[in-house]
Write a protein that binds this ligand. Structure first.
Ligand code: ADP
Ligand code: MG
Length: 475
């Protein structure tokens, strides 16, 4: 029997299926379509750029083994990224990722990165009137329902989110408003709804946006006389996720335009999801007619998780990071950090960073130090910006130089370190890290992380850099 793309892929799948969890298989492998086989190169179609990134990041080794079994040691994999949300166009939008001419590195030689879709639209204002349209959903697959731990404090919001994701626009939870204090998972749930909908309904147009960015876009639209384009753009979205609507307080112009967009979407059976740090009754300076709309669907509160849930969140995070930690330490953290899940995660990230770079054990002493620091310094979040500033300062270069295109070795190293820490200490996707650190693409970030890992193992001086910066970032 001769091999075809389909038979080769089926054989790979049955191997992969035996090696990963059913849910992961379903999510990341079932949607892949084999399209072409030529000599030892298999082309597979993946639904989005995120998908491709995710595969590269998490399953590349497995894919490699599977493919080499079928096609021999020179096997190559080519991704064909289907554009998300090809809008009103009959032709499929496919983007070939041409073979890399970089030297293959070990464990990497089946991946053929780069040149992702350049036509992708970042600026929504380009879209109106154009037939072939793609909207970048602004979703981060690191936020999903699988890694959102359920507890009494979030059960309603989580279940409503899942219901909405299963039937966007088709439940009575429209709009779904998720509200609660800082760091309790509002953004996580809003994102997870979007991510899940994209998994289930690849052709739905989903957009996640903060109310702040929405406001800024609106202001720009007014300035450039394109208010109507702005409205049209938002009216063609199937699932609109607006984060932190409390930001609209007092901004009557933006509220007004949002009111019209909301009505249009709602009347057309489109889904709207909102988050806010306050319950609708407590929102100030939001117009009554808008508030009453918010109450049409379901308002679900996120409360502070109880002790057991905090323990589960910590354990789950450790499990995902492949780190083991003594129970008494996990309990110590859960006992002392009560009101903010972001801080809970922050303590863990600091602990893991400290312990791994300084080859320290997880001791109660270390835990106490870090927890104290967090309790004093509440609401602290390591941002990519903070990481870049810290790294620049450490190497005594300015931020602009770090982000510049220069190929000078010590600056490249500093930039790679910033990317490495951003990946390690934030939830940002590779693409978003790249965009923020000198407008690079996600493959550059992936490469930076690998380089830093290699150098840390082989180069003593470099290892010292990593340790010093870790200290600066975590203490
Ligand atoms: P908010 O938007 O409410 O300020 P986020 O959604 O940013 O909060 O959540 C803060 C952090 O805590 C995120 O990293 C998120 O993934 C994590 N988080 C919050 N709740 C949970 C949960 N129940 N399970 C797992 N992670 C959670
Ligand atoms: Mg948030």
């Amino acid at each position: 029997m001769t091999n075809t793309a389909s038979t080769v892929w089926q054989a790979c799948l049955s191997f992969i299926k035996d090696n990963i969890k059913p849910q992961a298989y379903k999510t990341w492998f079932e949607p892949i379509i084999p399209i072409k086989l030529s000599a030892d190169a298999l082309t597979i179609q993946v639904p989005s750029k995120f998908f491709y990134e995710w595969l590269e990041e998490h399953y590349i080794k497995l894919l490699r083994v599977a493919l080499v079994r079928e096609l021999g040691k020179d096997a190559k994999l080519i991704y064909d990224v289907r554009m998300e949300n090809a809008y009103s166009s009959k032709q499929p939008h496919t983007v070939k990722i041409p073979s890399s001419n970089r030297k293959p590195m070990y464990g990497q030689n089946i991946s053929v990165p780069l040149e992702l879709n350049k036509r992708e639209l970042r600026n929504p204002f380009i879209i109106p009137g154009i037939q072939k349209v793609k909207i970048e959903s602004q979703l981060n697959p690191n936020y999903n329902f699988d890694n959102f731990i359920e507890g009494d404090a979030n059960r309603l919001a989580r279940s409503a989110g899942i219901a909405v994701a299963n039937k966007p626009g088709g439940t009575s939870f429209n709009p779904l408003l998720i509200y609660g204090g800082v760091g309790l998972g509002k953004t996580h749930i809003a994102q997870a709804i979007g991510v899940e909908i994209k998994n289930k309904y690849a052709d739905k147009t989903v957009l996640y946006i903060s109310a702040e960015k929405f406001t800024q876009q609106y202001i720009d639209a007014v300035k450039t006389n394109s208010r109507n384009d702005f409205i049209h753009f938002y009216q063609m979205i199937d699932v609109l996720l607006i984060d932190d609507v409390q930001f609209l307080s007092g901004k009557t112009g933006t509220q007004d335009v949002f009111f019209h967009i909301f009505n249009h979407l709602h009347q057309n059976g489109k889904q709207v999801v909102l988050t806010s740090d306050k319950a609708p009754v407590d929102m100030q300076d939001i117009e009554q007619r808008l508030l009453s709309r918010f109450k049409w669907g379901l308002s679900a509160e996120l409360q502070t998780p109880d002790f057991e849930t905090r323990i589960s969140i910590l354990q789950n995070k450790l499990y995902r990071d492949g780190v083991e930690m003594p129970d008494e330490i996990i309990e110590y953290i859960a006992k002392h950090i009560k009101s903010n899940v972001r801080e809970l995660e922050g303590v863990l990230i600091s602990m893991i960073a400290q312990a791994s770079f300084n080859k320290k054990e997880f001791t109660l002493m270390l835990t106490k130090q870090i927890v104290d620091k967090f309790v004093k310094n509440t609401n602290r979040e390591i941002s990519i910006e903070h990481i870049q500033k810290t790294v620049s300062k450490y190497f005594e270069i300015d931020l602009a130089t770090l982000q510049s295109k220069t190929r000078k070795r010590h600056i490249v190293q500093a930039r790679q370190l910033a990317m490495f820490f951003a990946k390690r200490m934030t939830k940002a996707s590779l693409a978003s890290i790249g965009a923020q650190i000198g407008k690079r693409d996600h493959a550059t970030v992936l490469h930076a992380c690998k380089t830093v890992n290699n150098l840390t193992e082989t180069d003593k001086q470099f290892r010292k850099y990593v340790e010093d910066i870790t200290k600066k970032l975590t203490f």
